[in-house]
Design a protein around this ligand. Structure first.
Ligand code: SAH
Ligand code: DHB
Ligand code: MG
Length: 223
């Protein structure tokens, strides 16, 4: 057997993608339009998008909250898992990202079910908690990593028993294993992982995710 090797892992990821997560026109155009608009190339992979879609379906999610929209790539995968009457709220602080995402969601024919709220996510979440917004069935945390510990607590406030909480980029090529990572994103993800593991109201695991780098996504259920 081959020892673990990044090239092998990337080829296996492509093999899985070709079989289980081929992109349709709307997803290909989403990436193209996001790149053309100068957005960073940091959306989830097709395989992770399919995983998000499947988890949302498994959870029977009708109300989804996403923290960090970018060009709406993960948003599209998640919105496609919703039933006809389902809704998704996505939080984004960059107006340009929100505008590109809105166009992409129109092209994917899911924009009627998606509301993008523009502004710092922490403030939008605080307003939603204060307004006693109905709990979400699934929450996907994917904005700036130093904000993750705070987003976790706010997400729990917007949950009910059984809500699924997911967070992207919690391994950062293994940097989170360092005691005090120099990279602020890895530091945020490490603090998030510790808070997640210690949270008495959640049951959680981290799933390794292979892309060009080694990363991971946490999966939690609210007790
Ligand atoms: N979920 C997307 C990727 C999100 S990238 C996908 O997989 O397709 C992270 C996004 O979070 C960026 O668009 C960035 O502008 C946004 N962001 C960063 N800090 C934020 C904040 N404080 N509030 C809201 N959005 C933020
Ligand atoms: C990066 C990747 C992400 O998925 C994200 O949400 C933010 C940053 C990155 O690789 O830098
Ligand atoms: Mg991410």
């Amino acid at each position: 057997m081959e020892p673990f090797n990044q090239n092998l892992a990337v080829s296996v990821d492509r093999y899985i993608e070709a079989l289980f997560a081929p992109e349709d026109e709307a997803l290909i155009e989403n990436r193209g339009a996001s790149q053309a608009a100068g957005l960073p190339d940091i959306a989830v992979s097709p395989n992770q998008g399919k995983l998000l879609y499947l988890i949302a379906k498994l959870a029977g999610a009708r109300r989804i909250l996403e923290i960090g929209t970018l060009g709406g790539y993960s948003t599209t995968w998640l919105a496609r898992a919703l039933p006809a009457e389902g809704t998704l709220v996505s939080l984004e602080c960059e107006p340009v990202h929100a505008r590109v995402a809105h166009q992409n969601l129109e092209r994917a024919a899911v924009s009627a079910q998606v509301q993008i709220r523009v502004g710092p996510a922490g403030e939008s979440l605080r307003a939603m908690i204060a307004a006693r917004e109905k709990p979400f069935d699934l929450i996907f945390i994917d904005a700036e990593k130093p904000g993750y510990p705070g987003y976790l607590l706010q997400s729990v406030e917007l949950s009910r028993p059984g809500t699924v909480i997911l967070a992207d980029n919690v391994i950062r090529n293994g940097l989170v294993m360092e005691e005090s990572p120099a990279d602020e994103n890895a530091r945020g993800a490490r603090a998030f992982n510790a808070a997640l593991a210690a949270h008495a109201g959640l049951e959680s695991i981290v799933l390794p995710i292979i892309r060009d780098k080694f990363d991971g996504m946490s999966i939690s259920i609210v007790k």
